[in-house]
Design a binder for this molecule. Sequence first.
Ligand SMILES: NC(=O)c1ccc[n+]([C@@H]2O[C@H](COP(=O)([O-])OP(=O)(O)OC[C@H]3O[C@@H](n4cnc5c(N)ncnc54)[C@H](OP(=O)(O)O)[C@@H]3O)[C@@H](O)[C@H]2O)c1
Length: 280
Amino acid sequence: MPYSHAASKPLPKLNLIGAGRVGQTLAHLAAKRKTVQVQDVLTTSLASAQAACSFIGEGRAVENIQAMRPADLWMIATPDAQIGEAAQALADCIGATPTLVFHCSGALSSNTLEPLRTQGALLVSAHPILSFATPALACAQWAGTPCALEGDAAAIAVLGPLLTNLGAQCFEIQSEDKLLYHAGAVFATNFLPVLQSVAEAAWKKAGVPDEIIQRLRASLLANAVNNIVGLGPHAALTGPAARGDLSAIARQSQAISQWDGQAGEAYSALSTLGLRLAGH
Ligand SMILES: NC(=O)c1ccc[n+]([C@@H]2O[C@H](COP(=O)([O-])OP(=O)(O)OC[C@H]3O[C@@H](n4cnc5c(N)ncnc54)[C@H](OP(=O)(O)O)[C@@H]3O)[C@@H](O)[C@H]2O)c1
């Protein structure tokens, strides 16, 4: 009977190298949904690996890579700077025999896993576009998270359905476009706090009271988000660039530069992009 056959099929085994915010979140969701069996977990210490297993709800903490058993899927969820080194360590580990290996970096492509190519492993990167503040918060916010897949087609064919089953919205990116793709995400989200901090410093310098600054931040941000989501960036643009007011832009640019040279350069560059967006 098809049902009993599916029920008795063993789950793919998942090993984790690196189990911080992203590793714990994905492994917990996958274990809870029974799409994988979390097997061995390696971090920088046995204690943190044990804590990760406890959050995930299954898995065995190990002290070193040699203690990791063969698995169907390997997730490398270390910080970006350690991914290449972890891939090399895995490639050098005779008993590991990895079949499909993925990392979760947005900026790095699957080429970072290249040392594993000689072992015949399928290589892929899977970048979930979510701010993983803590594993518990990320699990709660996870549903519908867009996830960029890049790498070997055969690996995408395995990992894509698995992540989709967890509730991700998967799409594909070419390896050569990965940096540009990730820079887009930086523009979309990471620059917002930077812009807010410059605005706050300028307001403080101009003598705006603190309680008004808090209110300005909340109302301006909320309205901008609503307008951009509802109307799109072009129609939502307001201010001197939208009006094509070159004289106001030049005067403001000069005032900002006198106060803070780097903020002045940013003001000029963003105003140029604003004029282009407005079609001036
Ligand atoms: N955070 C986000 O919002 C986000 C979003 C999308 C994608 N990503 C990507 O996801 C990946 C992981 O990021 P994260 O935020 O989850 O990082 P994280 O919270 O800092 O966790 C990193 C994990 O890697 C472990 N680790 C570090 N060096 C290691 C090594 N040499 N060998 C084995 N384990 C090692 C750490 O061990 P300890 O626990 O012992 O410190 C920790 O468990 C990165 O590629 C990142 O770009 C992050």
